[in-house]
Design a protein around this ligand. Structure first.
Ligand code: NAP
Ligand code: ZN
Length: 353
């Protein structure tokens, strides 16, 4: 299969900075779309992958799974979009499309394993997949999303991961008017969770570690902010929430949040991957029929549903646009929770480098 060389930004090991490099992209097949990448959001998962926090990163690694761009080429059988259209790609670029999960539009839970936009294995070429910190990407049309025409393109990019990752649990747990939702952590995912839950009609509370983000949270639409390090403040919302979306990236104590769930309420972890410490106390769960659950991004149909909802409600991410050359500083700032609230790379900075 033919390939072409594309400029990208990636890393050779967990301990060195990201730098400019060349990668190979497959040529378009009959069902593929080639997209010139205009903007790419910076997700905390990009950092986890670059630094091998989860193990399993294959180097060189090129992160980026919040991709928005313009279509430059389509295969002969493509019907979904055409050359010149704006389009988006999220965290998935392939799946078996045959298993029970795929048949139910749950490609993210593909029983045979989905192909990630980066650090996956391209089924067509057998090569490693490289993400959106690059000039262009080639993706099967099924995994390409349509972008609502009224939304700012750069601010739309984070919807492709931060948006869908919080939208999917909101929809699965049927959040609507009258629901009481809480969000743990005001970062990329957290700020989208507030906007989307609000858009669905819920009453929304933010749990944050300090008061420094309170004003922003209220401006983003939160009805209240609870400082998670203040026990009296935590006690004031005991037994309150139907759904809590926990976006914290690192191991942390979830027991104080379980105490704030209503009877039959659910705390869904979307941030941290791994064993919980301190251990999860089942007593309040059993006594209150409470659940602690997890959720992974969202399927393609659900991602399109979220994008269309955002188009109708004028919802986009709060962004700070950066050049690709500033990505290493952006990672350091992300580690300090100093992001308001998503970095988005203007990919013209790579093209012109
Ligand atoms: P982010 O922008 O860095 O936001 C994370 C927020 O969590 C911070 O702003 C901070 O909020 C809080 N936080 C950070 N460190 C903490 C700590 N040690 N203890 C308590 N709170 C802490 O990250 P993101 O891009 O939103 O991603 C969040 C996590 O979700 C990452 O681990 C990422 O890999 C994961 N993720 C999962 C999925 C999925 O499908 N499940 C998809 C995308 C991303 P405050 O300052 O307000 O406390
Ligand atoms: Zn992500």
């Amino acid at each position: 299969m033919g390939t072409s060389i594309v400029k990208a930004f990636g890393t050779e090991s967990p301990t060195v900075d990201l730098k400019q490099m060349n990668i190979q992209r497959r040529d378009v097949t009959a069902t593929d779309i080639e997209i010139e990448i205009l903007y790419c959001g910076v997700c905390h998962s990009d950092l986890h992958t670059a630094r091998n926090d989860w193990g399993g990163t294959v180097y060189p690694a090129v992160p980026g799974h919040e991709i928005v761009g313009k279509i430059t080429k389509v295969g002969s059988a493509v019907t979904k979009l055409k050359v010149g259209d704006f389009a988006a790609v999220g965290c998935l670029v392939d799946s078996c499309q045959e298993c029970e999960s795929c048949k139910q539009d749950l490609e993210q839970y593909c029983i045979n394993g989905f192909v990630g936009t980066y650090n996956g294995k391209d089924k067509h070429s057998g090569m490693q997949t490289f993400g959106g910190y690059s000039e262009k990407v080639v993706v099967d049309e099924h995994f390409v999303l349509k972008v609502p025409s009224n939304l700012d393109l750069a601010a739309t990019a984070p919807l492709l991961c931060a948006g869908i990752t919080t939208w999917s649990p909101l929809r699965h747990w049927k959040v609507g008017k009258g629901s009481k939702v809480a969000v743990v952590g005001l970062g990329g995912l957290g700020h989208m969770a507030i906007k989307l839950a609000k858009g669905l009609g819920a009453e929304v509370t933010l749990f944050s570690r300090t008061q420094s983000k309170e004003k922003d949270a209220l401006e983003l639409g939160a009805d209240a902010v609870i400082i998670s390090t203040d026990q009296r403040h935590m006690d004031s919302v005991k037994g309150k929430f139907d759904l809590i979306i926990d976006t914290v990236p690192y191991v942390h104590d979830v027991n104080p949040y379980v105490a704030t769930l209503n009877i039959s309420g659910t705390l869904v972890l979307v941030g941290y991957l791994g064993g919980l410490e301190p251990i999860l106390n089942t007593v309040p769960m059993i006594l209150g029929r409470k659940s602690v659950a997890g959720s992974l991004i969202g399927g393609i149909a659900e991602t399109q549903e979220m994008l269309d909802f955002c188009g109708e409600h004028n919802i986009v991410s709060e962004i700070e646009v950066i050049k690709i050359q500033d990505i290493n500083t952006a990672y350091e700032r992300m580690l300090k929770s100093d992001v308001r609230y998503r970095f988005v790379i203007d990919m013209a900075s790579l093209k012109n480098a």
